[in-house]
Design a protein around this ligand. Structure first.
Ligand SMILES: [Mg+2]
Length: 234
């Protein structure tokens, strides 16, 4: 089995407000393309909704350099001020039974940002591998595109989708995995927090995947211990 963890807003709480900082930077990037404030907001939100990632729309419809985008947006986030190593989270990873499950990260970020977060969280040595969005490829794929999940399985060398376990704070990403037959999927869903999605402020209250057949909803990663006890050292 392989357990796949999303990184942003999953391994750390949305209460860190990193999504706000990210939203501001992405907005500025859209404005730098010559759009006015309203157009920038509109398009940012549209691409996020349509592609699951604003950058995916930017690379499809505008001639931008994704690595430049990454540097200006994710690369300038004050992560060290917002995220701290989390001893409880590290213990959760240490308690995963490695004779039963391999542990991977599956992110829509580029490797620089992903590795930076994993390093701050002191989890780098807990993860066997990282599947990231390869912004160096002009037509890179990302969650929730099926190809991205297939590619992830290839990289981790696992062919049986039913042996994939997945946890992500994005409902559409979790639903996409479930549709592909990933065995156990959990939607990490915090409530009562303000987040920025696609440049728009929203609260995380509604919209969990609780109504979707076969998807579990957790608001704390510690719940994985009781939900999937077979993958933890007892
Ligand atoms: Mg996420």
């Amino acid at each position: 089995m392989v357990i796949w963890f999303d990184i942003d807003n999953t391994l750390y709480s949305a209460s860190t407000k990193i999504s706000h900082a990210m939203g501001e930077r992405i907005h500025a990037y859209f404005v730098s393309l010559g759009l006015d404030e309203d157009e920038a907001s509109e398009l940012h939100h549209k691409y996020y909704k349509q592609y699951g990632l604003a950058l995916r729309g930017l690379t499809r419809h505008h001639s931008i350099d994704p690595l430049d985008f990454d540097q200006k947006c994710d690369g300038t986030l004050p992560l060290e001020e917002c995220i701290k190593p989390d001893l409880k989270l590290r213990k959760l990873f240490e308690d995963l039974d490695r004779t039963k499950v391999r542990v991977w990260a599956l992110t829509n970020a580029y490797k620089n940002h992903a590795n930076r977060v994993l390093k701050i969280l002191n989890l780098q040595d807990q993860i066997e591998g990282l599947v990231y969005c390869d912004y160096e490829q002009p037509h890179f794929t990302c969650k929730p595109e099926p190809e991205y999940y297939h590619n992830a399985m290839r990289i981790a060398n696992i062919s049986d989708a039913s042996k994939c376990l997945f946890i992500d704070d994005s409902k559409i990403n979790v639903i996409a995995a479930k549709k592909l037959g990933w065995g156990r999927c959990a939607h990490f869903h915090e409530t009562g927090l303000d987040v920025v999605e696609g440049g728009r402020q929203t609260t995380l209250d509604g919209d969990s995947a609780a109504d979707v057949e076969g998807i579990a909803v957790v608001k704390d990663l510690e719940e994985l211990r009781t939900m999937w006890p077979d993958i933890f050292i007892s």
